[in-house]
Structure formats: structure tokens, C-alpha cells
Write a protein that binds this ligand. Structure first.
Ligand SMILES: O=C(O)[C@H](O)[C@@H](O)[C@H](O)[C@H](O)COP(=O)(O)O
Length: 233
């Protein structure tokens, strides 16, 4: 286990969502004040919705904040599987409605995620390095971002010396093809959070800490960037 993994446990999802949202807003606010801009990469899935709702209401200068995704299902925003649609609906709202959003899905290459990688990678890198905040989730199979067990580009995505900011990923259990930030791009951040809820996910985390080799281990066992794990039942 990496010495830089800090575990924070909360009594319930509301308290977790509220605390994490305010911690993230504080980091974005400090970044805007220090450097005139801030960047945030968030995950999709169901877990972040509550946290997004609180974050969207925080009074910071959202006009200086750029938001992108850690990973995306290769579907148009009209799909209920679209992480972009989720973020636009739950996060780019209220106070945060003036934030700039950079989607990972590229309509120009809607049929071919691989053809989109070069352009999308450039746009992500134009947000600047490092990110100010990255928020990861974790699936029941131990995936994080789109680092799926058995994924066709898993080794490349987890290569800490890899040069690509984004990669495609296809895997059983992933549904449609995915686009994902690479592990080195995820770790290139001033603050890194892993947001997980439920006893099942805690059990997976404990298995990984006990030595099980699931993709999330690559985040927990690297020694480049500290990880704050926020968990509630
Ligand atoms: O698009 C996605 O699927 C994600 O970004 C993914 O990595 C997610 O964080 C986990 O699958 C957890 O998803 P839940 O929060 O729905 O459990």
C-alpha cells in the first residue's frame, strides 16, 4: 500500500458529498486566486451526482474553471449512458453554469473512438498541466477511469511512462467503447480524490490493499501522487 493513500470515512452519502464538494471547491477557488484559472476532471457513473449538486452551488469564480471528464462512454450526449450529459445536467448548473466544459466524445469521429484520440488529447492537454483536481470513481470489478480488467489497452493506459493523455478502451463489462485519460495524465494533478460508496466497494478496496491485482491497484500503489479516498456506507 502506498504511504500516500489517505482514507476518509463518512457516516453517510450526504455528509460525504457535502464535504467532498466543499473540499473540491476550496481547491478550485485557491487555484483561481493563485493562477487565474482552475481545471477539474471528474468521473461519471452514479456515485458523483449528490456531490455534483453541492459543488454546483458553491460560490467561486466558475467562469475561470474548466471541467472535463476522466473517461467517457463513446456515445452521443443524447444517450443516457453519456457522462457528458450527466455532468452538464448535475454539475454545469446553478453557480457553476458559467464553467467551461470540455467533452471527451468527439462528434466528428462518432463512429471511431481511435480516430478521435489525437484531437481530443490535444484539447485535454490545452487545459494545462497539472490539473488542479481529479476525481476518480471505482466500479464493482475494480476498474477506475476506463481501466477495465482485461481491457484491450489496459497495459498502455497504466504505463507510468506512457506519453498519450487519452486512450481508447474496449472490454467485456464496459459496454460501448470508451475513451479514458491515461494513468500518468490522471496522476498529473495537484489533488486526487477517489470517491466510493457502499460496503461492497470498501471490500474491493480492502482486497486490493491485501494484494489483489485489480486496475484500481495501479492508482493506490503508485508513489507519484497522494490519493484521498472518500468513502461512506
Ligand atoms: O463512466 C464511467 O463508468 C466511470 O467514469 C467509471 O469509472 C465510474 O467511476 C465507475 O464505474 C463507478 O461507477 P458508479 O459510480 O456508477 O458505481
Amino acid at each position: 500500500m502506498n504511504a500516500k493513500v489517505n482514507r476518509h470515512e463518512f457516516a453517510d452519502r450526504l455528509t460525504l458529498g457535502d464535504t467532498l464538494a466543499k473540499d473540491i471547491a476550496g481547491k478550485l477557488d485557491a487555484a483561481v486566486k493563485a493562477r487565474g484559472k482552475a481545471s477539474l476532471a471528474v468521473s461519471g457513473g452514479g456515485t458523483p451526482k449528490l456531490m455534483f449538486a453541492v459543488l454546483a452551488e458553491q460560490e467561486i469564480d466558475w467562469s475561470k474553471v474548466s471541467i472535463t471528464l476522466v473517461d467517457e462512454r463513446w456515445v452521443d450526449e443524447s444517450s443516457d449512458r453519456s457522462n457528458a450529459a450527466l455532468v452538464k445536467h448535475h454539475l454545469i448548473a446553478h453557480e457553476a453554469h458559467v464553467a467551461t466544459f470540455l467533452p471527451l466524445f468527439d462528434k466528428a469521429h462518432a463512429d471511431d473512438v481511435d480516430a478521435a484520440l489525437a484531437d481530443v488529447g490535444k484539447r485535454v492537454d490545452a487545459l494545462g498541466k497539472p490539473f488542479d483536481v481529479v476525481v476518480l470513481g471505482m466500479g464493482p470489478d475494480g476498474h477506475t477511469a476506463s481501466f477495465f480488467p482485461g481491457g484491450d489497452h489496459l497495459a498502455q493506459a497504466l504505463d507510468l511512462d506512457g506519453k498519450q493523455s487519452v486512450l481508447s478502451m474496449r472490454a467485456d463489462g464496459a459496454g460501448e467503447p470508451r475513451i479514458t485519460l491515461s494513468l500518468p495524465r490522471v496522476l498529473d494533478t495537484r489533488a486526487l480524490y477517489l470517491h466510493i460508496e457502499g460496503n461492497d466497494k470498501k471490500a474491493i478496496l480492502d482486497k486490493v490493499i491485501g494484494g489483489e491485482d485489480l486496475p484500481i491497484a495501479a492508482v493506490l500503489k503508485q508513489d507519484r501522487t497522494a490519493v484521498d479516498v472518500y468513502w461512506s456506507p
